[in-house]
Design a protein around this ligand. Structure first.
Ligand code: PRP
Ligand code: URA
Length: 211
């Protein structure tokens, strides 16, 4: 597994505003989209392209375009949905599949309540979006889903991770082709499974509290 932790002052600056308790939802959403676009630049370094001949006003030349099968972007609902627009800005021809997962706040185990993915993912490069990698239960289950359907590579983009979550993904994926692109790795999880210092509940901060 490859782990890339962003090391850029702009990312740290935007994450600091995101973490701030006083940051309201509209600003939180906008910053989430901006951060994803910045992280996606690194995450898509290995995206498959094919050569294409074009004419410039001056001459003919060979460029590149995304290769078929196109990458599949998979936001984990709810909070991952807040990252989708920032990702598709960079990869407009990518296809999008959805996984709905909710973590039981007592057991910390995820349940999957929605799935809309192609049945056959053989040869596909998949990009999973979830702002928070806490225990790793949700992201690990999402990766299992994609590899079971034949995905060839899975890259996850998370804004904030706990060391415990990174270790759990490493344990689960063994020698599969997995990359984690992270905005920051925080100190630890607290006794409620929240990332410290973190930013709280990402879904609630994006969309409000669910009863
Ligand atoms: C959050 C977050 C991740 C998960 C991380 O979602 O967006 O999906 O928790 O925790 P884990 O690594 O311990 O599994 P949540 O289950 O709160 O659902 P939501 O996005 O609907 O708020
Ligand atoms: N899910 C969140 O939204 N935040 C955390 O800190 C942990 C899990």
């Amino acid at each position: 597994m490859r782990v890339h932790v962003a090391d850029h002052p702009l990312i740290t600056h935007k994450l600091t505003v995101l973490r701030d308790l006083e940051t309201p939802s509209p600003v939180f959403r906008e910053l989430t989209a901006e951060l994803v676009t910045l992280l996606a630049y690194e995450a898509t370094r290995g995206v498959r392209v094919e050569p294409i001949r074009i004419r410039t006003p001056v001459t003919e030349t060979t460029g590149a375009r995304l290769a078929d099968p196109y990458p599949l972007v998979v936001p984990i609902l709810r909070a991952g949905l807040g990252m989708l627009e920032g990702m598709t800005r960079l990869l407009p021809t990518a296809e999008v599949g959805f996984l709905g997962m909710a973590r039981n706040e007592e057991t910390l185990q995820p349940t999957t309540y929605a799935e809309r993915l192609p049945a056959d993912l053989r040869g596909r490069q998949c990009y999973v979006l979830d702002p928070m990698l806490a225990t790793g239960g949700s992201l690990g289950a999402a990766m299992d889903f994609l590899f079971r359907r034949g995905a060839s590579e899975v890259t996850a983009i998370c804004l904030i991770a706990a060391p415990e979550g990174v270790a759990e993904i490493e344990r689960r994926v063994a020698d599969r082709a997995v990359t984690l692109v992270l905005g920051a790795v925080d100190e630890r999880l607290n006794e409620h499974g929240y990332i410290v210092p973190g930013l709280g509940d990402a879904g609630d901060r994006l969309y409000g509290t669910v009863a």
